[in-house]
Design a protein around this ligand. Structure first.
Ligand SMILES: *Cc1c(COP(=O)(O)O)cnc(C)c1O
Length: 376
């Protein structure tokens, strides 16, 4: 059976975890966490990066810092993972979903302005498959209406938009290092803060409401409970695992891109013949091969396709039941405008196995099995 995902292993994970164990520093914010934070800051240029226990938690921190007051709203796509929306519930925001662009499956920037009301406080975008949203348009709207922008860049580590790393364009960026993502620590993530005004607040929020971060830097001589907070810092054991991957991030990225290109070239004839649709990358978007998806004719064909692949020992998956039509989406949000593409396009999308060190023979088998679906 060819698995859909295999979590990345760079090679030095055990060595670094052993180091953490032997140093007797296994709680958060030790040397490995600091190296990971610095790597993110150095490679992306964000003002401050804080490793978190998940991208979900990074999103929760960002949502909390927006400081939503009674009935204030956030605009977001409906075609996304639950965490993109879920984080705004404890923060007290109302969800306003808008449609996606069928080409990228990213939020359609031209629909955002029509969804803005006098209650709108923030826009949360999600860079699907590591391909950037139209950030020039989105930042222009946000600036004209004084809105906070959160980038759910869970899938977008190492992707850029017009040369800028994703996660560094809005006020906040959120990365995921879950085992299904390009770089992993099992469960984990990072909050990227691009506006220095939020750094201290974020540190307090992450460290149980205390100014312990300042204390450890020697900036104050005792720490105390300053504000509401929780515990969003991961253990050093997880950070050690992640460090092994970040160290060879370029290699992992190149390896994934090579697999991605192989799929693309092999499936291009099917696309040219009008059987499937392939991914589209707008100008200025450099992707990170997070995902390889194709679009089939409709739900019925997709169901038959997944069954055909499975019968031949290849696991392919689909995802994202549109949030606005899910039970929690109905409870906490509304859809602004018309759902032209979100449901229709999500019904016909399917993802192929893609991970670091995907075996070439396995990949050829995936390709041959796909081709055989249209020959039968
Ligand atoms: C994976 C993912 C998340 C959640 O990441 P965790 O680290 O598992 O919390 C959030 N948003 C998107 C778009 C994702 O793909």
């Amino acid at each position: 059976m060819i698995r859909f995902n295999v979590p990345p292993v760079a090679g030095k994970e055990m060595e670094y975890i052993k180091q953490a164990v032997e140093s007797h520093h296994i709680c958060g914010d030790g040397p490995f966490t600091k190296m990971c934070n610095k790597w993110i800051e150095d490679t992306t240029g964000c003002k401050k990066a804080l490793l978190t226990t998940s991208c979900t938690h990074a999103l929760e921190m960002a949502a909390m810092m927006c400081d939503f007051k009674d009935g204030e709203e956030v605009i977001l796509p409906s075609y996304t993972f639950s965490s993109t929306a879920n984080c705004f519930i404890p923060a007290g925001a109302k969800l306003v979903f808008v449609d996606v662009e069928p080409t990228t499956m990213n939020i359609n920037p031209d629909l955002i302005e029509g969804a803005i009301t006098d209650k709108t406080k923030a826009i949360c975008v999600m860079h699907y498959a590591g391909v950037a949203c139209d950030m020039d348009k989105i930042m222009d709207i946000a600036n004209r209406h004084s809105l906070i922008v959160i980038e759910d860049a869970a899938q977008a580590v190492m992707s850029t938009y017009k040369g800028k790393p994703l996660g560094t364009i809005g006020t906040f960026g959120c990365y995921s290092f879950h085992e299904t993502k390009n770089y992993s620590m099992g469960e984990g993530g990072a909050l990227l803060i691009n506006d220095p005004a939020f750094v201290e607040k974020a540190e307090i929020l992450r460290e149980k409401g205390t100014d312990r971060s300042k204390f450890f830097r020697g900036q104050i001589d005792k720490y105390s409970w300053r504000d509401y907070g929780s515990s969003y810092l991961p253990s050093e054991l997880n950070a050690a695992y992640l460090w092994a991957q970040l160290e060879i991030a370029e290699e992992i990225n190149a390896n994934r891109l090579a697999s991605w290109d192989k799929y693309y070239n092999a499936l291009k004839p099917l696309a040219d013949a009008g059987k499937i649709e392939l991914q589209y990358h707008p100008e200025g978007c450099v992707h990170n091969a997070h995902m390889f998806f194709i679009k089939l004719k409709n739900l019925e064909e997709r169901t038959a396709f997944i069954a055909h692949m499975k019968a031949n020992d290849v696991l392919t998956v689909f995802h994202y039941v549109p949030l606005h039509s899910a039970p929690a989406g109905l409870k906490y949000g509304r859809f602004a405008g018309e759902d032209v593409y979100t449901t229709k396009e999500s019904d016909r999308l399917v993802r192929l196995p893609l991970y670091y060190n995907l075996d070439k023979k396995d990949q050829q088998k995936v390709i041959d099995t796909i081709l055989s679906f249209w020959k039968e």
